[in-house]
Ligand binder design. Sequence first.
Ligand code: AMP
Length: 233
Amino acid sequence: MGLYLIFMGVQGAGKGMQAAQISESHQIPHVSTGDLFRAMRTREDELAQRVQQIMAEGRLIDDDTTNEVVADRLSQPDAQDGVILDGYPRNIPQAEFLANFLEKKDETVNAVLLLELDHYVAFKRAFGRVKASDSDETYNIYYNNEGVTYHYDDDPSGTYPPRLVALKDGVELQRRPDDANAAAVIKRIDTYIEATQPLIEYYDAKGIVQRVNADQSIEAVRSDIESIIDAVK
Ligand code: AMP
């Protein structure tokens, strides 16, 4: 029997990073549908073209295409003993497709690791994230803020909300455009609540949801995940 794990969590819960680490330590492929779709950018076949067009329009890829890509990835030789899924399934039809796909191989989803994070903390992790312009050093105005100061500049025309300006030792720090806009950060959290809540209930009914407190250090979250995987194995 293989080991099929789903990592779920609001943006900022650290699921991509944890999935990558567990993938390495347990030698199980990390299958992120977002990464798979992004990797198709260089391909010119019909499926890849269709995906690029949908992503370029900022929409979710349709379930049939998403399921096709996942089925293809799960059929690769390296995925025969299981995978860590990240970003998939995102809704009940995808979850049902996955269940049917695995059933045909006499496999099943062994556990859903739900990285739980208070949504206000998730907001602060994204909205507060800042980066040095001349290095990869990252900070957060709320959590990792030694030497970091910030203030709000009013828009001179009064058209836009005040802009957050963060400085490290007097030098201005950069923010990712999608994090800089508080409304966009909230929208992503809202989308997660809308799309994922029904999935949690779906998997809870099967008794396979394992909850992890994501509001801890990276090492503590990892250690909790390792204990769950040991118990599931
Ligand atoms: P992510 O990196 O998981 O945020 O995904 C990036 C983009 O890929 C999303 O905005 C969607 O367009 C697409 N995508 C990733 N996973 C899925 C999925 N399970 N269903 C539909 N679209 C997806």
